[in-house]
Design a protein around this ligand. Structure first.
Ligand code: NI
Length: 136
């Protein structure tokens, strides 16, 4: 794909902050950082549309609450279409970590993550979504 150069006007203060961010994130130059920001925004946009995403739900919960574990399992069976894999890690004596790989519509992935996170006894839950981003 041909590279196109274009000029950007930006106030000095914002540029100083941007350069600091670039340095922190180990970008080699402004262009690379700028391209990544644009890609990120476009991916966000895709999530809001109905493009397919792939992602992961991460949960940390109490190992000793058997009812909670059953409930989490029931929910995952209900969302079987969206789940492609899951991994259970025994973090320590009290805590389990579960990583659930999801694929499909962003809406469904969010609904699954929200349902799992809202179960009493789940200490922490996150959803991260990615997209190969057609044409990005
Ligand atoms: Ni465990």
């Amino acid at each position: 794909m041909p590279l196109i150069r274009f000029g950007v006007s930006i106030d000095k203060e914002l540029l100083v902050k941007f350069d600091r961010l670039i340095k922190d994130r180990k970008y080699t130059n402004r262009s690379e950082a700028f391209r990544d920001l644009i890609r990120q925004e476009l991916i966000q946009e895709e999530w809001q549309g109905n493009h397919e995403i792939a992602g992961a739900v991460t949960l940390i919960y109490n190992h000793h609450k058997r009812e909670l574990i059953n409930k989490l399992m029931d929910i995952q069976h209900d969302f079987g279409q969206a789940i492609i894999s899951s991994q259970h890690i025994h973090l320590d004596h009290n805590n389990c970590l579960e990583i659930i790989a999801v694929k499909g519509s962003p809406k469904e992935a969010r609904r699954l993550a929200d349902t799992l996170k809202s179960v009493k006894g789940v200490k922490h839950g996150t959803l991260s979504m990615s997209s190969a981003g057609k044409g990005i």
